[in-house]
Design a protein around this ligand. Structure first.
Ligand SMILES: NC(=O)c1ccc[n+]([C@@H]2O[C@H](COP(=O)([O-])OP(=O)(O)OC[C@H]3O[C@@H](n4cnc5c(N)ncnc54)[C@H](O)[C@@H]3O)[C@@H](O)[C@H]2O)c1
Length: 505
């Protein structure tokens, strides 16, 4: 769905045959509803065709033929990590990588560093580590730069963020102090709660994009990196919906030259990266790369994109619990989620515009997992509310409460309470590391680099990107299976379907 002009909203969907359709409405909600309904119908039609085909072709094959390996270039040389937004998440990630390199800590929470992947049958005993199975950059190969509106280097920014113990930061001080922020592309209208001095100036947004492209080229040269990746860890921007300016590269470039107010700073970073052929991952709920223009650029320049919004605390829990309710056909009448947090992210989200962006990202989850269209008696009438409250005493240590009203056999009600006392950036940092390494893999891989959106990385996101017309998978375990099967597929290993009949032949 996008806004064509004030008061005119376009529903935009693909039918079961892959044909694109658009229809005009005079309210955003009517357009969105139409788009959801048509998309669901197209899905149902495709699923029914697949089932008929499987029935005709005896779809119960016990194992798939082994395919050839995808062509994956080796991870040679340094990998440059460029981070717009050197705040709590970014500094916890970079300090963590350095602490691990120095042998001071372990990469806990990182799928690429600690995770394993089963290959072949359960009886084969083959479960290498992910990082040994596919060729990933090593932690020693990572070099860093970033942009921020504040002038603090990574040591100062990490000390201010207050996530990591000061004694650990002091041991890393020479390295962290050497990462200083480049001046940012920033617009106070998009992040109302903060302002800072380290900001680029230019006559047009196109000029700012050119300055970022210069930064990217300069970093590549000065760091000696052979490959780059951009990882957005900047603040959550005010809520906007796509407009005509975001529909193609041509329209977007015209809008950049004309300083169109619907182009947010994060989009300028994304445009600059993709123009330089650099993959872009989006850790915030901003639209940024979730736009036709970025998909077009990403495919054209073989620079993968993925997003959006790291799946860390409350939504991680939601995408574990909701699939369990659906699996057991337990009904849901309400889910009330509230959070208190006191870091800068919490302060930014205290602004209604930024909160709306986050709210949209958090709300989609239940609807997609529980599929009220398929289970109207169980989920047709659920009330879902999400609140975030800025509460400074807690700093980065967030508390997320969930009150869940479910019902079981004969409609008898029950309640579940979850109180997750988490550390936001401690949960986010390993996700950043995995995304950096896997996005770099994607760009070195013949099967993935030209796809644009890397849906197989949905595992890391609250609001995973998909091609238009395809609903996202939110269930954490489906996402994990999708990710690992993608890696198996790339390496020519059999996919794991969990059918398991072969053990009883
Ligand atoms: N920590 C988590 O668990 C988590 C989970 C999901 C999403 N996120 C998102 O990740 C992002 C970072 O979170 P954080 O806790 O590090 O926030 P933070 O406020 O500590 O850091 C964000 C930094 O971005 C900078 N910034 C803002 N606009 C910028 C711009 N245009 N260019 C360059 N720098 C800019 C700010 O000055 C700040 O230093 C936020 O958008 C947050 O919503 C975090």
């Amino acid at each position: 769905m996008y806004q064509k002009r004030p008061g005119v909203f376009m529903a935009d969907w693909w039918d079961a045959d892959g044909r694109r359709h658009r229809k005009q409405f005079n309210s955003a909600s009517a357009a969105r509803e139409h788009e959801h309904r048509e998309t669901a119908l197209a899905h149902a039609e495709r699923a029914s065709r697949e089932m008929k085909l499987a029935a005709r072709t005896g779809g119960g094959k016990r194992s798939q033929p082994k395919r050839d390996n995808a062509d994956i270039a080796p991870a040679k040389g340094k990998l440059g990590v460029m981070i717009p937004g050197m705040g709590a998440v970014a500094t916890t990630f970079v300090a963590g990588v350095e602490a691990i390199r120095k042998g001071l800590a372990k990469p806990i929470g990182s799928l690429t560093q600690m995770g394993t992947i089963r290959l072949g049958k359960r009886t084969d005993g083959r479960s290498p580590k992910v990082k040994e199975f596919v060729p990933l950059a090593g932690l020693d190969d990572l070099v860093f730069t970033g942009w921020d509106i504040f002038e603090d280097n990574m040591y100062e920014a990490a000390s201010n963020a207050g996530v990591l113990d000061q004694r650990l930061l002091d041991q890393l001080k020479p390295f962290l102090s050497s990462v200083t922020p480049r001046s940012a592309v920033f617009d106070h209208n998009y992040v109302k709660k903060i302002d800072g001095p380290n900001v680029k100036k230019g006559k047009s947004k196109m000029e700012l994009a050119e300055q970022l492209r210069d930064d990217i080229r300069e970093f590549k040269k000065s760091s000696g990196a052979s490959r780059l990746i951009t990882m957005w860890c900047g603040s959550t921007e005010s809520y906007i919906e796509p407009t005509e300016a975001h529909q193609s590269v041509k329209a977007f470039e015209k809008a950049l030259r004309e300083n169109d107010e619907m182009i947010a700073p994060s989009m300028i970073y994304a445009y600059a990266s993709l123009m330089e052929g650099v993959p872009f991952a989006n850790g915030a709920p901003n639209l940024t790369v979730d736009l036709p223009v970025m998909l077009e650029l990403s495919r054209k320049n073989e620079a993968p994109i993925c997003g959006k919004d790291f799946k860390t605390g409350q939504t991680l829990m939601k995408t574990v619990l909701a699939p369990a309710f659906k699996a057991r056909l337990l009904g849901l009448s309400g889910w009330y989620s509230t959070n208190i947090l006191g870091n800068r992210d919490g302060e930014v989200l205290d602004d209604p515009g930024s909160f709306k962006t986050k709210e949209e990202s958090k709300l989609g989850v239940l609807e997609h997992i529980l599929q009220p269209g398929l289970y109207p008696e169980l989920y047709g009438n659920m009330f879902h509310k999400v609140r975030i409250n800025y509460y400074p005493p807690r700093g980065d240590n967030k508390e997320g409460w969930d009150n869940i009203d479910i019902f079981g056999w004969l409609g008898y009600p029950m309640q579940i309470k979850v109180d997750f006392l988490c550390r936001d950036s401690i949960l986010a940092a390993p996700i950043v590391l995995d995304l950096v390494l896997l996005m770099d893999l994607a760009q070195r891989c013949s099967d993935l680099k030209g796809l644009g959106i890397q849906e197989w990385l949905s595992f890391f996101f609250k609001s995973p990107m998909t091609v238009p017309g395809l609903y996202p998978e939110h269930d954490l375990f489906i996402q994990l299976m999708k990710l690992k099967n993608t890696l198996r597929h790339l390496k020519g290993e059999e996919l794991i379907t969990h059918l398991g009949l072969e053990y009883y032949d």
